[in-house]
Design a protein around this ligand. Sequence first.
Ligand SMILES: *Cc1c(COP(=O)(O)O)cnc(C)c1O
Length: 724
Amino acid sequence: MVSQAYALTPPPNHFQLPHRLRRLSDLAYNLWWTWHSEAERIFRELDHVAWEAAGHNPVVFLRTINGERLKAAQRDRDYLKRYDAVAAAFDAYMAGGDDTWYARRHPERLNQPIAYFSTEFGLHESLPIYAGGLGVLSGDHLKEASDLGLPLVAVGFLYTQGYFIQHITEDGWQEAVYADLSFPDLPVHPVLDEAGQPASVSVNLAGREVHSRLWRIQVGRVPLFLLDSNVEANAPEDRHLTARLYTSDLELRLSQEMILGIGGVRALRALGYNPGMWHLNEGHSAFLVLERARELVAAGHSFEEAASRVRAGTVFTTHTPVPAGHDEFPLWLMDKYFSTYWLELGLERESFLDLARHEQPWGETFSMSILAMRMAGRRNAVSELHGQVARKMWAFLWPDRPPQAVPIRHVTNGIHTGTWLARRLKHLYDRYLDPQWLERVHDPEVWHSVDRIPDPELWEVRRHLKRKLAAYMRERVRHQWLRGHIHPVQAIAGGLLMDPYALTIGFARRFATYKRANLILSDIERLLALVNRADMPLQIIFAGKAHPADEPGKRLIQQVYRQVKRAENGGRLIFLEDYDMSMARYLLQGVDVWLNTPRRPNEASGTSGQKAALNGVLNLSVLDGWWREGYNGRNGWAIGEDRDYEDHEAQDAADAESLYRLLEEQIIPLYYQERSADGLPGEWIGMMKESIRTLAPRFSMRRMLREYVADLYLPALATTQEPC
Ligand SMILES: *Cc1c(COP(=O)(O)O)cnc(C)c1O
């Protein structure tokens, strides 16, 4: 699909690899290894200390590894055998595009690429171009698209600084540290034009022609193209436009979104793509609908014809039920940036603004979500409850319909199994489930055999994962302590005193106030009584970043941190700084219970609990987002009831009471007291199996993406047969 003029540059051969191990370079430059644990092992095993020091980044790792290690590996038969097997599996995967689910089912659609736009992609911790759940969902989406064989091409940003690194001061205040990413150290390829020069596209931003370079990341079979405005041809201030995610400066944000939406379409055109449909993952990229309309108007269509064609080929996924979470721009900014662009659409100011006009109490704005809702022919929310909320929230756009008939459906989010499943557990599933289980991961039938896993084996893996988490926290603390970064009390807050055999709850996510990280702390004396029971201690590990401009979110971290630091909790309340995908794996694979306490119905879906469930961790959560669909009374615990509240205070009080009672009356006794003769908590393990069996297939990315294909992608592709 990539035209000859923009050929992919081969990975630079700067690793000085011995010939026998030269394929390590190919593996490093394709993120396939991030969801194949045996491939990750091929790197790690060479030198696990250097692997940690390189932040699990194979490009840095291969550049810095001691040559003696490579020589030793070259003589290690056992290593070479596994290396050859991984290289063969990788080659078979990359060559197997014709034998995928999509290629077999929909061969006639293979020449209609699916363009997927998102502001963030959470693919791996070594590529910090994501902030949280939305990005991880996009990353998982690409990996699954590769596995299923979808002809998907993705567009996003290569931020020069990435998302911030979180430091917590002794007083619990979050500090945001930004570091420039070194692109030669990342598994990215520069896209070059036919003259061998960096390929670029440009967008006119209020009279300035702003250029963006193109980079490519290979995610298995799926290419991800990333824009980067840090090029010499730009004015110094424009070079910083794509430095950071989610800036709160509106003008900067508008510029970014124009680069993504308008520049992104131009990038795909320059690369020779003619997508059959376009998926907007959240409204940030919604300007792409305007650019496609502009192309059609330039080709001689009226704006109305153009708009109707654009609608037919566009899918929009909305992700937030919180009104403030939707991007809107003041009209004066739109005037400044679009006053020539709307003429190219054949529109005048008023008809242009009408596309996305939003009446707010403080005046009129241009809303990206409204633009996307109006210009995407297919729209979806990300859980059943979020669908109800979204239909109500956007009902004003369809004034002639009752709220339940508002055309927004839902596809509940899921997670990419290979990315989130612990290696040891995968081995257990390999042994006791159908040998083809990973190929049929969305099929509930496959998961019935979870019952065949002997309790002692399952429990031993769970104990192993919790010890691993404890060791991980200790090493982090040691590292911080050695560097003189922390006060002694912060070493304890960082998990130094964690007991690897005590019941452990995990709570990790973005610190936004509606997520109520402090709900479990609301009656601190009642909690401490549970935490400190000598015979049945309870530990809680918190982690998460607040958006740097979110003062209430940062105060929430401080409130939690101050409790964590108190001697009265015996070191059993823990806060881990700088949550990322690597920490997420340790936490949601290592704890016993995954806690989520959003103020319903604000959690659109949530996905971390799905990752926990896949790993045998039990969910303790409000009936919001995905958990309202996943909970069946036997596979975890529900905080509060399946109902709405008018009054936040009453809701918080009722949920806190429910949470404490569940801990006191059910969770703690079940973990410690219901032990059989062999010392195993039989009922707990039974619940784990019920949780894995019922949740792993249903909340897999495989199930999710197949729903997108059937309900949204194929109908959109069918309407856009003719190239435009
Ligand atoms: C899965 C994940 C999230 C999303 O978690 P929620 O359940 O939506 O809060 C956020 N950050 C990271 C690093 C994740 O892995």
